[in-house]
Design a protein around this ligand. Structure first.
Ligand SMILES: Cc1cc2nc3c(=O)[nH]c(=O)nc-3n(C[C@H](O)[C@H](O)[C@H](O)COP(=O)(O)OP(=O)(O)OC[C@H]3O[C@@H](n4cnc5c(N)ncnc54)[C@H](O)[C@@H]3O)c2cc1C
Length: 307
């Protein structure tokens, strides 16, 4: 627990009496893995001004800051996250103009894609059924069904060391699972995307098909974080196929298990700790390296207080 909680809490109350914040907040229910420790402080700002004030608090009190989207690509340590965890879920502005949509970072991708579908627009429809916030999808350059976020991304409003600025699309900054926001101390507040007009029913049919496909592939069967490892073209096969061919489906450490239906998915069978998952990831990596010479790279991100 951080030391000067009195100062921090006084400041949090001063930002806005309606600011939503929690002390010693369990993070497991806020991640798709459903495991991990607690956040010293979890805050849920609902506008850019509150985010700015929180970032200033972090600078002033030298508090670490972690930005939490939908928690669908992270493994939070059993010891939790020190400092301030800023959950974006209340950042839900929406503006549509000139064939583009500006979306607050906290929208759930599936929810906002449905809302735009009803208005006759395709935007992030290819990611229907993917657990993700808009900010997380941009940060990760989420990719599915041969489309990725960078293809429709136009600009992001970000809060970084120079205050609030705009970051326009520059094609050369994007690649497979790479966005220009990674490794930066920046918070994506909102992003502007290209819209494509289409018949609402046709978009809905396509989105429902993708959701059903995910369902049939077992995406929602047990708590997980989607693909654990990135794919690497140089290996000639997707990571899941490599792991499967080594017979590693079902391999377990504690309550963590390589799923029986997709070898690139590790599931929490109900009792997994973050340590179990991390140890299982290391075991799979070692077996793949020993048997094929390929070094798999994690897509899932280790977050919080690891030894
Ligand atoms: C069942 C399932 C299926 C999945 N399928 C896919 C798939 O098909 N394709 C795919 O690409 N991924 C997939 N994933 C992984 C995951 O859905 C994506 O990576 C998603 O985009 C993560 O977004 P998030 O909001 O959950 O981010 P989080 O997991 O909360 O955070 C991920 C990273 O983004 C940063 N971040 C989040 N929001 C912001 C922000 N506003 N500003 C700055 N940084 C931010 C966080 O700090 C963290 O470093 C799947 C996951 C699950 C559980």
């Amino acid at each position: 627990m951080i030391r000067d909680s009195g100062t921090i809490e006084k400041y949090l109350r001063r930002i806005n009496t309606r600011l939503v914040w929690y002390r010693d907040e369990p993070l497991a229910p806020r991640t798709t893995f459903r495991l991990g420790g607690r956040a010293d402080y979890l805050v849920e700002p609902s506008n850019a001004e509150e985010v700015e004030a929180l970032v200033e608090l972090c600078y002033r009190e030298e508090l670490p800051l972690f930005v939490l989207g939908s928690g669908a690509n992270i493994l939070v340590s059993d010891k939790g996250i020190r400092g301030l965890t800023l959950a974006t879920r209340r950042l839900r502005n929406l503006e549509i103009s000139n064939g583009e949509a500006t979306l607050g970072a906290g929208w759930e991708v599936d929810e906002i894609a449905s809302l735009l579908q009803e208005k006759g627009y395709r935007c992030l429809d290819f990611a229907a059924g993917m657990p993700s916030s808009v900010g997380g999808a941009v940060w990760m350059n989420a990719r599915c069904y041969d489309q990725e976020v960078s293809e429709i991304f136009q600009e992001a409003k970000i809060l970084g060391p120079n205050g609030i600025t705009s970051h326009p699309r520059r094609a050369e900054e994007w690649a497979y699972k790479v966005s220009p926001f990674q490794g930066q101390r920046q918070i994506i507040l909102e992003a502007r995307f290209q819209l494509r007009e289409d018949d609402p029913q046709r978009i809905k049919t396509d989105m429902d098909r993708l959701r059903a496909d995910r369902e049939s592939k077992g995406h929602y069967r047990s708590p997980c974080a989607g693909s654990i490892f990135k794919n690497n073209r140089a290996f000639g096969q997707p990571s899941g196929v490599i792991i499967d061919r080594l017979g590693l489906k079902g391999l377990s450490v504690g309550g963590a298990r390589v799923s029986d239906w997709h070898a690139n998915i590790i599931v929490n069978t109900g009792t997994a700790t973050a340590r179990d998952v991390r140890d299982l990831i290391a075991l799979v990596k070692n077996k793949v390296l020993e048997n094929t010479g390929f070094l798999l790279e994690e897509e899932v991100l280790y977050v919080g207080d690891w030894d």
